[in-house]
Design a protein around this ligand. Sequence first.
Ligand SMILES: [Zn+2]
Length: 261
Amino acid sequence: MSFKPIPINPKKSPKIWVYIVVSTLILGVVGYFAYQYLFSPGSRRWLDFSAFKQNRDDYAEILLLPGMRCGDAPFAFPTTGAIFGLWSQSYRPGHIHAGLDIFSATEPGATPVYAAYPGYLTRKADWISTVIIRHPNDPLEPGRQIWTYYTHMADDQGEESFVSEDFPTGTAEVFVEAGQFLGYQGNYSGNPANPTGLHLHFSVVKDDGNGSFLNELEIKNTYDPSPYLNLAVNHENNPETFPICEDEITFENWDLVKEYE
Ligand SMILES: [Zn+2]
C-alpha cells in the first residue's frame, strides 16, 4: 500500500490565509463601529438624533432653554437645545469629550448663546467661533478661578462668524453679566473641510495657575459641568438618558435676544 501525498499548491495556500486575516480584520473593525454606534452607552441618545432634528417640537421634554436654572445651580443654561453629547463621553476610539454638546435643531446663526455666569470675556485674535469667560471666584469652590468656554459660533466654512459684534477678535477681559448675548450656535469645527453638526460646545475649564486657561480639548483640563448646572451631564453617571432638570426650574430675568425662527 502506498500513500499518495495530498498535493499542496504552494501558490494557493498563502492567499487563503491573506483572505482570512484581511476579512477577520475588516469584520472586527466593522463590528467594533457597529457596536459603538448601536449598543454602547450613549448610543440611544444618538439614535434619536435625526428624529429630533426633523421635529424638535416632539421633544419638548428634553429641550432646555436659555436662562433656565435648575434648582440651586450656580449657572443658568446658556442656550436653547437638547444635550446629546455629555462630558466624558467617547465619540470615537481615543477621544473623550471634555464639554457638553447642545443641539438646537435650527439653522446656523439662528439660536442665541448667552453667558451662563458673570465674568471676564476674552476672544483671541484667531478665534473665529469661540469665546472664553474667566470667573475669578468659582461658585462651587470660592477662591478658585475657572473658565467657561463656548464654541462653534460660525458658519460651516468659518467665513461668517456668529460671535456677537460686541466681542471682536482680540477682545480681552471684558466684563459680562450672566445672560449677556455672546453669539449664535453654528457648525464650524475649526476645519472647513469637516464641519460639525449645528450645536454649542460648552465646557468648564481649569485655570493653569498663572492667570490663563488650560487646553479644554483634554478632559483632565476641565471640570464635570454637572454640579454647575445641576444636571446629570457626566456620561459615566448618565450613559443613556437626556439630561433634564429633576429639580425646581426657575428662569433668569435675562433680556433675551430673539431667535430668528
Ligand atoms: Zn463638543
